[in-house]
Design a protein around this ligand. Structure first.
Ligand code: GLC
Length: 449
C-alpha cells in the first residue's frame, strides 16, 4: 500500500527515474515508463476505514508535523472523513514524478494534489486536475497574494489554491561582517570579495547554495541569471535567453565560486536546501542562499546563530536589490478523486486564516493569504514576514509551461556538468539553449506535456 510507505515510494522513484524525465527520452517512452511504473508499483488507494470517506495526499515526510494539525482539525469538523498524509521524499522533482505516475494511470490514490508553483500547467494541460473557479469565486481568489494565485492558473482557469509562498533570499553572518567592518554585499563581486576575505576553508566557507542536480539548482541559477540581467524562457513569447552573454556571465560566476577561486565547498554540487542550511547553521558558512524557512531555525533560542544573522534580497551586477525566485506550494483536486467536494472543503479549511496559522506558526513558512501575512499572531511568531513581503513583490517566476519539467531537466543536467568542470559556461549554455528551443517548438511548449 502506498499509505505511509516510504519503501514503496522509493521503489516507484527508482523505476520512475529509469522512465526518465529527460528531454531525450521522448514523450512516448516517458508515458510507457510512467504507466508501467503505476501499473507495477504499489500506488493504490488506501482502503477506507469502515464507512469513513478518505482524502489522501502526498506530502514530504519531513512535513508530517506541519500537516497533521490541519488534518486533525479537518477530521474533527468532518467526523466521517479520514485524511491520509502519504509521506514522500523531500525533493519537489521526485514528488512530482510520484504524482505523475499515479495521475497518468488515472488512479485515485490521491484526492488532493500538493503542487509546487511550477506544476499546475503540466497537470492541468494533461487533464488531471478539476478546475476550481466555481468553488473559489473572485472574492475568495483576491484574498491571496496575486503572484501565488497566478501560478495556479492555466488557460484561463484556476487549478491550484496557494497554501504558502516562497522566495529565494540571501542570508549572511552579520556579526562576522560587522567585525570585519564590512557592509552586506550589493553586487556579486562584493559578495565574492567578502567571502574570500572572511573564509577559512575547509572550516569556514564563503558561500553555500543548492548545487545538486535538481529543481533547487534551477531556482538559484535563475536568481544569479536575473541578477546579471538575463532570462531563461519568456513564457509569453517562448524566447530562450540561455545563450546570451548575461547567461554566460551568470554561469561563470557560479563556476568561479566552485572551481576557479573557490568560495563554495567542492561538495556544494551535492547540496539541497537542508545540506546548505546545516553548514550555515553550524557556523561553517558566511553566506547562504535559501528559502524563508531558514530564518526561524537560525534565530531559534537554542540556535548558535540567534541574533547573528542578516537577510536580504539576492545581489545583482548593478548593485540594485536582485530578485529571488518565486516558489511556493498549493493544493489542487485530482480529476480521479471520488470525493472532489470533500477535497475542496479541505482546501478551504487549509487556506483559511486558521489553517494558515496552523501551517505557518511553527514552521516558519510564509502564508499565501494576504490577511495571514498581516496577522498579529503570525507576525509575532515571525516578524521577518514583513520584510519578506517586499522581497516577494519583485520575485522572478519560473515559466508556467506544460513542459516545464523537461525544460528544467535540461538546465539541471547542463548546469551540473558545467559545475563539475566538464564543459565551459558558453558551450554549456549554447547546448542548453538549443535543447530548450527543441522541446518548446510547435505546440510542445504550451499544449502537450
Ligand atoms: C521550495 C520552493 C519550490 C521549489 C523548491 C526547489 O520548496 O517552494 O517552489 O521548487 O524549493 O527545491
Amino acid at each position: 500500500m502506498i499509505a505511509s510507505s516510504v519503501d514503496n515510494v522509493t521503489r516507484v522513484l527508482s523505476m520512475n527515474e529509469f522512465a526518465g524525465r529527460g528531454a531525450g527520452s521522448g514523450r512516448r517512452a516517458f508515458v510507457r515508463g510512467m504507466t508501467a511504473v503505476a501499473a507495477t508499483s504499489c500506488i493504490r488507494r488506501p482502503q477506507a476505514a469502515g464507512s469513513r470517506a478518505r482524502l489522501a495526499m502526498l506530502v514530504p515526510a519531513s512535513e508530517r508535523e506541519v500537516w497533521s494539525p490541519l488534518a486533525d482539525a479537518f477530521e474533527r469538523s468532518h467526523p466521517s472523513t479520514r485524511v491520509h498524509l502519504v509521506e514522500g521524499p523531500s525533493s519537489t522533482d521526485l514528488r512530482e514524478n510520484l504524482y505523475t505516475a499515479s495521475l497518468l494511470a488515472g488512479d485515485d490514490s490521491f484526492d488532493l494534489v500538493l503542487m509546487d508553483v511550477t506544476w499546475a500547467a503540466k497537470f492541468a494541460a494533461a487533464g488531471w486536475l478539476a478546475p476550481l473557479d466555481a468553488a473559489f469565486g473572485r472574492e475568495a481568489q483576491e484574498a491571496f497574494l496575486p503572484q501565488a494565485l497566478e501560478a495556479g492558473r492555466y488557460d484561463g482557469r484556476l487549478y491550484r489554491i496557494p497554501m504558502r509562498t516562497d522566495v529565494g533570499v540571501l542570508y549572511f553572518r552579520r556579526d562576522w561582517l560587522d567585525q570585519a567592518g564590512r557592509q552586506p554585499p550589493r553586487t556579486f563581486e562584493e559578495l565574492a570579495q567578502a567571502a574570500r576575505a572572511l573564509q577559512d576553508p575547509p572550516h569556514r566557507w564563503g558561500f553555500v547554495w543548492q548545487g545538486s542536480q535538481y529543481e533547487g539548482l534551477v531556482c538559484f541559477f535563475l536568481e544569479v541569471l536575473r541578477g546579471h540581467g538575463g532570462f531563461w524562457v519568456d513564457a509569453a513569447t517562448l524566447d530562450v535567453g540561455l545563450d546570451r552573454p548575461e547567461s554566460v556571465a551568470a554561469l561563470e560566476f557560479l563556476r568561479g565560486a566552485r572551481l576557479e577561486q573557490p568560495i563554495s565547498p567542492p561538495g556544494v554540487t551535492t547540496y539541497k536546501e537542508e545540506e546548505s542550511r546545516r553548514l550555515f547553521q553550524d557556523g561553517r558558512a558566511i553566506f547562504l542562499r535559501n528559502w524563508p524557512y531558514v530564518w526561524r531555525l537560525a534565530q531559534a533560542a537554542d540556535s548558535p546563530l540567534a541574533g547573528k544573522v542578516g537577510v536580504q534580497a539576492m545581489v545583482s551586477v548593478s548593485g540594485q536589490p536582485g530578485a529571488g525566485t518565486l516558489g511556493g506550494w498549493g493544493l489542487g483536486v485530482s480529476r480521479y478523486s471520488p470525493n472532489p467536494d470533500l477535497a475542496v472543503a479541505f482546501i478551504r479549511h487549509a487556506t483559511s486564516i486558521d489553517g494558515q496559522r496552523a501551517l505557518c506558526r511553527t514552521s516558519g513558512y510564509v502564508p499565501a493569504r494576504i490577511q495571514a501575512l498581516e496577522d498579529p499572531v503570525l507576525l509575532g511568531a515571525n516578524p521577518f514576514l514583513a520584510t519578506l513581503r517586499t522581497i516577494h513583490e519583485s520575485a522572478v517566476a519560473r515559466p508556467g509551461l506544460p513542459r516545464y519539467a523537461l525544460a528544467s531537466d535540461i538546465l539541471q543536467r547542463r548546469l551540473s556538468a558545467a559545475l563539475a568542470g566538464m564543459a565551459s559556461a558558453s558551450d554549456t549554455l549554447r547546448t542548453a539553449a538549443r535543447e530548450t528551443r527543441q522541446i518548446l517548438e510547435g505546440s510542445a511548449g504550451r499544449g502537450d506535456p
